[in-house]
Design a protein around this ligand. Structure first.
Ligand code: NAX
Ligand code: K
Length: 505
């Protein structure tokens, strides 16, 4: 699914209106009817609906919703802000239609404003600004937003919380953004909805399909996508009847150190559950028995060192390599990691301490093999690119790094983002907060290694691997609950996740 900028969303509306012989006012009517349905599904007529409408088309939506709710006998009040005297045509039509229904609870505000008392029982419908917002809110609108935010009422935003920019909120004034409980967004989510720090504004969100032109959607270009299940399914390659383990690749996992053998075990177990033919785990001597016992399917290759990764190994026999889980940050390990990079001629995953070690020796960053997959979480990425004040800035810096190194970055978190060297960003919809616990990342590394060893191209491996990792996390949550689930449960859920993605529907 593509994610469009607000400017593109307005272009999509305009294109749909001119090419699909639908009038602008009717497109708005469609949006309003879907919004009204979503509201009526959640709240009954015991709740008073207080509609705050601006003078643009977001306000037009809100006024149409007010009419529809009024005709369904909900108690409705409207506060309409006409500050500049410039009212959009569709907004004007909806004021007229509302009044023609005999609706009288209508307050028009042009300057001074005595706000309605808002109670816990009220539903505020926020139709002040949508995709047309072009600067942070200030003055009277900021005061209205702060008044709504300070109330106990439930807030439903139309299209976007008023005051929130669709993409970059670096220079926004955060206290002047509506804090919605629910955002009913039209056609597509906005990029800013996918950023952690905006959760307090967007709340829960639902996408309403108003039938934007398919042709426009097909042709419009954007670097931002949400990965959908159908796409992921289409990436999976079926096994041939005569498959043998040689065809499914041999991978090498360089992982573990004294006290962190578990990371090597979890990555290896996840790898063995993701279709790899053969796996060798290179780990310090102290972890030999642990890995051999807990992952009997894998071969163990001992490092020369008792406790740390201290000697680069021969990579000739492998189709893919993963370096990082539980490696530790001993100086000898950091130097060995960098040395090892020089012989990584096959697809490579760099995770956890491989990245931390690189961030200490940033002048060696250009030794990262081209097309490598880096899987940092937010802190690991910031160690590489510097502190970022928000997710948009972080994403921009990750894009720069990915382009500079010509590598793939899997930025882990809610909506894990896969950034390609060409600058495309794929947001992953699966997964849950129960996965924010030690070992989850090691599991992902194991999955990615398995996919690369089987010959999946890097982009497909990232999109498929991250999706199935999140799906296994969601299954683990079902089984164990969000509090108790841990990385071992994600591994245990992998077979069901893979099965789910390969079964015909
Ligand atoms: N037929 C259509 O065009 C449709 C439009 N839709 C709605 O239309 C919305 C977009 O409408 P508009 O483009 O009219 O824009 P908005 O209603 O979001 O904003 C209206 C106007 O506010 C002014 N403004 C922007 N930032 C401001 C600020 N900080 N302080 C004060 N004034 C400011 C601008 O002049 C802007 O054009 C969407 O978000 C969606 O809700 C949907 O109903 C779908 C159909
Ligand atoms: K809004």
């Amino acid at each position: 699914m593509k994610i469009l900028s607000c400017k593109q969303q307005r272009e999509a509306d305009a294109y749909t209106i001119s090419h699909e012989s639908i009038l602008s006012i009717n497109l708005m009517e469609k949006a309003a009817s879907l919004i009204t349905d979503a509201i009526c599904r959640r709240w009954d007529k015991a709740r008073r609906m207080i509609v705050f409408a601006g003078a643009g088309n977001n306000g037009g939506d809100a006024l149409a919703v007010a009419r529809m709710l009024f005709l369904k006998h909900y108690p409705v009040e409207v506060v309409f802000f006409n500050v500049t005297g410039k009212i959009s045509e569709e907004c004007l039509t909806n004021i007229r239609r509302l009044k023609e229904c005999g609706f009288a609870n209508f307050t028009e505000v042009s300057s001074q404003f005595d706000p309605p008392k808002l109670t816990r029982n009220d539903i505020v419908i926020d139709g002040l600004f949508g995709a047309g917002l072009n600067k942070p809110l200030s003055g009277g609108f900021a005061a209205v937003v702060q008044y709504i935010n300070a109330s106990q009422s439930t807030v439903v935003s139309i299209d976007t919380p008023s005051g929130l920019m669709g993409e970059d909120n670096t220079y926004n004034v955060r206290q002047n953004i509506i804090q919605a409980d629910l955002t009913l967004t039209i056609q597509l989510p906005k990029l800013s909805f996918l950023f952690a720090e905006n959760e307090e504004y967007v709340g829960e969100w639902e996408v309403l399909d108003i039938g934007t032109s398919q042709e426009f959607m097909k042709n419009v270009t954007t670097p931002y996508y949400i990965t959908e299940e159908a796409k992921v399914r289409s990436l999976i390659r079926p096994y041939k009847k005569f498959a043998h383990k040689g065809m499914r690749g041999h991978g090498l996992l360089i992982a573990g150190s004294y006290g962190m053998g578990g990371a090597a075990v979890m990555a290896a177990q996840a790898c063995m559950r993701s279709g790899i033919g053969r796996l060798t785990v290179h780990t310090p001597i102290c972890n030999h028995n642990l890995v051999q016992t807990l992952v009997p399917q894998a071969t163990v290759e001992d490092d020369l060192h008792e406790r740390f990764f201290a000697e680069p190994t021969d990579l000739d026999n492998y189709q893919a390599i993963a370096i990082g889980p539980g490696l530790g940050q001993e100086e000898i390990t950091a130097k060995t990691t960098i040395e090892q990079l020089d012989s990584c001629y096959v697809p490579t995953v760099l995770d956890a301490d491989a990245l931390n070690n690189l961030s200490v020796y940033r002048n060696f960053l250009n030794r990262v093999p081209k097309q490598a997959i880096l899987t940092p979480h937010v802190k690991e990425l910031e160690r590489l690119v510097g502190r970022c004040s928000n997710s948009y800035e972080r994403l921009s810096k990750a894009k720069e790094l990915s382009s500079y190194l010509q590598c793939y970055i899997v930025l882990k978190g809610a909506w894990t983002t896969i950034i390609t060297p060409e600058g495309n960003c794929y947001f992953n919809p699966t997964g849950n907060p129960g996965m924010a616990t030690g070992g989850s990342g090691d599991v992902l590394t194991g999955i990615l290694l398995a996919l690369l060893a089987q010959g999946y191209p890097q982009e497909a491996a990232c999109r498929l691997g991250v999706y199935v990792h999140g799906l296994a996390g969601d299954i683990a949550r079902e089984r164990q609950g969000v509090i108790s689930m841990n990385a071992a449960d994600i591994i245990e859920a992998l077979p069901e996740a893979w099965k789910k993605l390969t079964e015909t529907k």
